[in-house]
Design a binder for this molecule. Structure first.
Ligand code: ATP
Ligand code: MG
Length: 275
């Protein structure tokens, strides 16, 4: 039995004391070591607030966050933060270095890593996200997708146990999204890293192990992607019907599991030309 990497117990939070409804209301869930949990939900449902609480940027009114079975406290937050790498939606606010390589190295400088070790880690992280050949480029002059990959490399270089992504693909085109998500999936195959990703993207959701739906500050449900995609009320939880499901319905075909575009292609091919 794998242990919990993240555990959230009865977490409630209000931005202002006079707020009638809490922004987060008795939120409870866990993410196992090495698991990938997606968090979905309408705008304003509290997803980013939850991320800020996990990272100790905000403090809960009630409840607890446990990282590696230890309750997050003001005393251990700095130490626990080293285990968590967070990437936010807008990569432009996250760059400090003059070059891609400097930028990834910067986070390590604050972490007392030896220069030799630092170079190795930076190289490894940039290669993982396929940005090594861009190492001498200025971060500001990269495309949105490239910037996000560099931001992910910056976090990977810190060798976190937990990767937290808050809508990192939302500014990317479908191709950029796909590349970044495949990068994350590949990282997960290589390392036993826990991933928590907030997203509206269905392909991204389909890659994860479980999906938590946030609704008005509460946990509405936790399901597998497959279970979620079968729900007739997908729009109510802030997701579009997957393109492949739309097509299957249009063709009046009954397929019970979620199919990616490639899988659908194979399925239709097989239907047309049985072996
Ligand atoms: N700094 C803040 N001060 C006061 N209220 C805030 C603050 N940040 C967010 N809120 C409110 O808290 C609620 C939850 O916001 P949050 O950013 O967590 O939502 P979200 O699920 O991440 O939405 P989105 O999908 O748009 O990113 C919203 O009603 C929002 O207006
Ligand atoms: Mg948000």
């Amino acid at each position: 039995m794998k242990k919990n990497s993240i555990e959230v117990r009865n977490l409630s939070f209000r931005y202002q004391k006079e707020d009638v409804l809490p922004t987060l209301d008795q939120v409870e869930f866990h993410v196992k070591q090495g698991e990938w949990l997606s968090i979905v939900g309408h705008n304003g449902s509290g997803k980013s607030t939850l991320v800020r609480l996990l990272n100790g940027l905000l403090e809960a009114d009630q409840g607890q966050v446990l990282i590696d079975d230890q309750v997050l406290t003001p005393e251990n937050i700095w130490e626990k933060r080293q285990e968590m790498g967070i990437v936010f939606q807008n990569p432009d606010n996250q760059f400090v270095g003059a070059t891609v390589e400097d930028d990834v190295a910067f986070a390590l400088e604050n972490n007392q890593v030896s220069p030799e070790n630092m170079r190795l880690r930076v190289e490894e992280a940039l290669k993982t996200v396929n940005m090594w050949e861009f190492r001498d480029r200025e971060p500001a002059r990269l495309s949105g997708g490239q910037k996000q990959r560099v931001a992910v490399a910056g976090v990977l270089a810190l060798q976190p146990k937990i990767l937290i992504l808050d809508e990192v693909t939302s500014m990317l085109d479908p191709e950029g999204r796909k590349e970044l998500m495949e990068t994350i999936a590949a990282i997960r195959r290589q390392q036993d890293i826990t991933v928590l990703s907030v997203t509206h993207d269905l392909e991204e959701v389909s890659l994860s192990d479980r999906v938590l739906v946030m609704k008005k500050g509460r946990v509405e449900s936790i399901q597998t992607p497959n279970e979620l995609f079968q729900r007739p009320d997908l729009e109510d939880v802030g997701l579009d019907l997957p393109f492949t499901r739309q097509l299957l319905e249009l063709l009046d075909l009954d397929v019970s599991s979620y199919l990616s575009e490639e899988e659908l292609q194979d399925y239709l091919w097989e239907l047309q030309f049985p072996k």
